[in-house]
Design a protein around this ligand. Structure first.
Ligand SMILES: Nc1ncnc2c1ncn2[C@@H]1O[C@H](COP(=O)(O)OP(=O)(O)O)[C@@H](O)[C@H]1O
Ligand SMILES: N[C@@H](CCOP(=O)(O)O)C(=O)O
Length: 321
């Protein structure tokens, strides 16, 4: 699932009068996704995605997300483009939610990505980092070290229900990362959630990136650590160095990592594993039984975090010297 808010056909038709979309032929809710309600619309013109922004998305951040998609698309990155209303605004209101129409991107996400796909993802992330230069709006990363503490405080008391000993382990990890978090690395606009379900392929060719709703300004190499975590581990928890090597080669074919970024990669990977552990843990503990949304396993990211703790240098991820 992600259809948290239902819409009526009459309300949708009324909403569309503000846009140059052609006539509505059909619409349906999209089951995938976690954060927002998404619908696929067929009209007499191009197909469109309608997104209703739900409670975890801060309304004040929407101009950043939608403006970023425009900025990246204008610089040649394949990503959805928000459709302006007749008055030029990118946002409207539907069923009492902020709502936007964005272009439909062809392709589908890969359930079993291989090393060749990881190379394409690395390359596309670097292209996004380069294309993001010059984007003037700013959005600090709410899910970095300070945000992790806030999130942890909401789950801490019940953490041992998920695994005994977690309270102590995570407290120690947060203190360690706060004391050792890298500074003075190159920063810019990062995607911050470039998981397999947010990258579309047509055959083996990457057709585009979606879901910019965690995008923010942060360390570029932190985004690299996120894709290593999201793409390069197998279902049994093993790190696949062939995938890591391909991904890092793909990234560096567009934007070579500096020596300081390379050295920081194990720490950044530890941090990004903790970040996804914490959001998943919070959702795990708070999503009511029977809710239609599929809960993601926090322990998957705890295992990744433990793996990164014993990494000596980025060469162990497959980073060429
Ligand atoms: N621009 C798009 N083109 C095609 N499909 C899309 C597009 N945006 C979203 N989708 C579909 O909607 C699903 C959920 O979108 P996503 O942005 O990941 O939602 P959420 O932010 O709720 O996680 C995607 O997996 C995809 O199937
Ligand atoms: N990628 C995150 C969850 C966010 O889901 P998305 O559907 O918005 O990409 C995770 O796996 O924990």
């Amino acid at each position: 699932m992600a259809v948290y808010t239902d819409i009526s056909e009459d309300d949708l038709k009324w909403f569309l009068t503000e846009y140059d979309t052609g006539t509505l032929l059909s619409y349906k809710g999209i089951a995938e996704g976690v954060e927002n309600s998404n619908f696929l619309l067929h009209t007499t013109k191009d197909p469109l995605i309608l997104t209703l922004y739900e409670k975890r998305v801060e309304k004040n951040d929407l101009p950043f997300f939608l403006g970023l998609m425009q900025h990246l698309a204008a610089r040649g990155l394949s990503c959805p483009l928000p459709l302006p209303r007749n008055d030029g605004a990118l946002l409207g209101t539907l069923s009492d939610r902020p709502a936007a129409l964005i272009s439909f991107l062809e392709g589908m996400w890969l359930r079993k990505p291989e090393a060749k796909h990881c190379r394409e993802v690395g390359k596309a992330l670097a292209q996004m980092h380069v294309a993001g230069e010059g984007f003037t709006l700013k959005r600090p990363n709410a899910l970095s070290v300070d945000g992790w503490k806030v999130l942890w405080e909401k789950s801490e008391a019940r953490a041992d229900e998920v695994e005994k000993g977690l309270q102590n382990e995570i407290r120690g990890e947060l203190d360690f990362l706060a004391a050792n978090w890298p500074k003075n690395l190159p920063d810019g606009v990062i995607h911050a959630d470039l998981f397999p379900d947010n990258v579309f392929f047509l055959g083996d060719e990457l057709s585009g990136l979606i879901d910019f709703y965690f995008a923010c300004n942060d360390l570029l190499a932190y985004d690299v650590s996120i894709i290593l975590n999201a793409w390069c581990f197998e279902k049994d928890g093993a790190y696949n160095i062939t995938k890591g090597m391909a991904m890092l080669e793909g990234y560096q074919s567009v934007r070579p990592l500096s020596a300081a970024e390379r050295a920081a990669l194990p720490m950044l990977s530890r941090g990004s594993a903790l970040r996804f552990f914490l959001t998943r843990l919070y959702d795990w503990l708070t999503t009511p039984e029977g809710a239609l949304v599929t809960k993601k396993d926090p322990l998957e990211y705890l295992r990744k975090l433990r793996f990164h703790r014993q990494i000596g240098s980025a060469a162990e991820y497959g980073l060429a010297a």
